[in-house]
Design a protein around this ligand. Sequence first.
Ligand code: SF4
Ligand code: SF4
Length: 318
Amino acid sequence: MKKNLLGNTGLMVTEVGFGVLTVGNTQLNLPIPEGAALIRYALERGINFLDTAQYYQTYPYIREALKGTDFDPVIVSKCLYGGYKDMEEAIEEARREMDRDVVEVFLLHEVRSEKDWELRAGAWECLQDAKSKGIIKAVGISTHHVDVTRLAAGIPSIDVVFPLINFKGLGIRDGEGPGTREDMAKAIKDAADAGKGVFAMKVFGGGILLKDYRQAVEYVKNLPGISSLMIGFGHTDEVDRIIEMMEGTLSHDYVPDMSNKRIFIDQGDCEGCGACLRRCPNHAIYMNETGQANVNYDICLTCGYCAPVCPVRAIIML
Ligand code: SF4
Ligand code: SF4
C-alpha cells in the first residue's frame, strides 16, 4: 500500500490506517487472539499505521498481534487527561502494555476547545519531555472541532493533528455548535501547510456512510493535506475492500453488507444529552444509571436515525 510522509515528523504511514477501537471491549469485544489476528492480517496486507488510546483498552490486542513478528508499525496512542503525571502514566502504560520502547505518536485525546487545550498544559509539557527523551517521536492532538484544528495549525510544537471529517460533515463541531466539512477541510489544509501530519477519523461517519462507500473514501482521500485515513475494521473482508478501493481495483457495484451491523454507543463520549433517545422512532434507547444512553438490541432496527443527531459522535455502526 502507498505510504505518505506524516507532515514533518519523518514517519512514513500507509494511506489507510487501522483504528483498533473496533476490536476492543466498547465495540466488538473480540477475544484477544481474534482481535490480534485481525490486526495482524491488516499488517500482512501492508497497513503500517495503528491507532489506539489509553481509554480504548486495546493494547493487549496490539501486543499479541506484533508478538514474534518483524512488523514495526507506526502506533498512535492518546490520553484524555490533562495533568503531567496523568500523561506520564499513560505513556508508560502504553509502552509496557504493548511491549514497545517507543510509541511513535502520542496525542492529547479529543481536545474540545482552546480552553481545553490550555487546561491540558501539564499533559502537553509531559509529551514534550517524552519526545525529547526519544520514547515518543511525534506529539499532537485529536479533535472533532474545526476551531481546534485551526488553532493547532498555528502552534509550532504540535507535530500531528487527527481531526474528524467525512463527506456529509457528520459530527464536525465548531465552537459550541456544528461545523461544516468545508471549514474543516480548510483547517486541515492550513495545518498540513504548516507542516503538521494530518490523518482523518470517521471517514464513514461512524459506519452510517458505509452505504456510500466509494464517495466517503474518495472525498477524504482527495482532500489536500490528508496523509492517511484511519478506519476501524471488524473483519478481514473490510481490510481487503479498502485496499482494493485505494488501489483502484474495487468492483464498481460494491456495496458493503450492512446486515450484521449494529449500533454502538461509546460510553466514553456520550454526554447524556438525550437527543438520540428523542430521535429513535422505536424507543430502543434508554438512559442508564449513570445518565448515558444505551441501546436495547431486542427492539433496535439498526435504522441509523439516532447517529446523526448525536452532537459528539458517540453513536456508531459496526
Ligand atoms: S438505530 Fe434506529 S432503532 Fe436503533 S437505536 Fe438508533 S434510531 Fe433507534
Ligand atoms: S445523542 Fe449522543 S451524547 Fe446525547 S445521549 Fe445520545 S449518545 Fe449520548
